[in-house]
Design a protein around this ligand. Sequence first.
Ligand SMILES: C[S@@+](CC[C@H](N)C(=O)[O-])C[C@H]1O[C@@H](n2cnc3c(N)ncnc32)[C@H](O)[C@@H]1O
Length: 208
Amino acid sequence: MREENLSLRAKYNITAMFYDILDYPWERIYREWRPKILGDLRGKVLEAGVGTGRNFQHYHKSVELTGVDLSDVMLRKATKKAKKADCKVELLHDDASVMRLVDSNQYDWIISTFLCCVMPDEFQPMALEQFSRVLKPGGKFRLLEMIYSNNKEIRRRQDFFTSFVEKVYGARFDRKTVQYIEESSELNITSKRFLKDDVYLLIEGVKE
Ligand SMILES: C[S@@+](CC[C@H](N)C(=O)[O-])C[C@H]1O[C@@H](n2cnc3c(N)ncnc32)[C@H](O)[C@@H]1O
């Protein structure tokens, strides 16, 4: 684990205690999206930043899932949800920008939901390099992130929540994830679309 990520891990080890309750108002919206963005996946899937495992129940039973997270306390919560999942789940305590525990060229899919808005910009190219390393040639990725809106009213609401989301989740609306993927040598974006307003961005792509 990167030393610089120890404070983020410490943050999530505390946030984990009340994450599902605190995030409930947003989760009411997200839980409609999760089956739509996960239900068609097959094969070996690596989910980076699994958190408390909210995605697990939406994977098809044939999926072989590896879940990675920085926070051991979030992973403890995820372990409980893993037991209720239809698919096989293996959980690893690892940093997505290092992936010390993950072998190369073995995944059909990389998934993350609300990881990159949490991950500091300086680590994102490294995480993308790891995504690329562990994906099979032709493997795909699907990332759901939130970004700043161009709509004044929405932006005003985001500004209101900015310090809260950064303090509690380490999340920011101004991460440059799309730019880093475009700069990566092996990952290509095939589609970008918003799930709600111009805020919740679903980025899909492939490893060449
Ligand atoms: C906002 S939560 C999202 C959790 C989950 N994906 C969801 O949709 O509810 C972000 C998660 O990413 C994890 N995380 C942050 N940086 C990470 C990193 N470098 N490697 C692995 N996990 C990381 C945090 O510990 C946290 O569990």
